[in-house]
Design a protein around this ligand. Structure first.
Ligand SMILES: Nc1ncnc2c1ncn2[C@@H]1O[C@H](COP(=O)(O)OP(=O)(O)O)[C@@H](O)[C@H]1O
Ligand SMILES: [Mg+2]
Length: 128
């Protein structure tokens, strides 16, 4: 989540690169196609709900099947389609502070990501 230009797609590029996608230029906002797929070590499904008028449009592209598959699903503008999201997810909220700074908050919903987030926190602390 985060306003236009806050860096959501840029973050997806980084995640894709981390997953072994060779060309980060392949990763662009799927505003018109609604969902794009990149092949890393596991598939990445990249959604953009910016132009969606209702969660029905997510259901129309079979989002549930993507969410349950063995890949990483990332949804830009997820706040517009909250209803169709799985019960458990990681939320990344990006807020623009100025041209070169962002406030990034990572939280989770559901037990599934509890340990993941503990490890994530440790890794972030190590980077400081
Ligand atoms: N961390 C970053 N470092 C450098 N440029 C960035 C960064 N994040 C975003 N940008 C630039 O800002 C613009 C908008 O970023 P984008 O990721 O498309 O935003 P969003 O998807 O949130 O609308 C792009 O031109 C991108 O290159
Ligand atoms: Mg974008």
């Amino acid at each position: 989540m985060g306003q236009l230009g806050s860096g959501k797609t840029c973050l997806v590029k980084g995640i894709a690169e981390g997953q072994g996608v060779k060309d980060r230029k392949e990763v662009t906002s799927p505003s018109f196609v609604l969902v794009k797929q990149y092949m890393g070590r596991i598939p990445i499904y990249h959604f953009d709900a910016y132009r969606m008028k209702s969660p029905d449009e997510m259901y129309d592209i079979d989002c549930v099947e993507f969410f349950w598959s063995n890949g990483i699903s990332i949804v830009e503008w997820a706040d517009k389609v909250m209803e169709c999201l799985p019960d458990e997810f990681i939320k990344i909220a990006i807020r623009t502070i100025n041209q070169t700074s962002r406030d990034i908050r990572v939280s989770y919903k559901g037990e599934k990501y509890k340990n993941f987030m503990k490890e994530f926190k440790v890794k972030i602390e190590c980077l400081k």
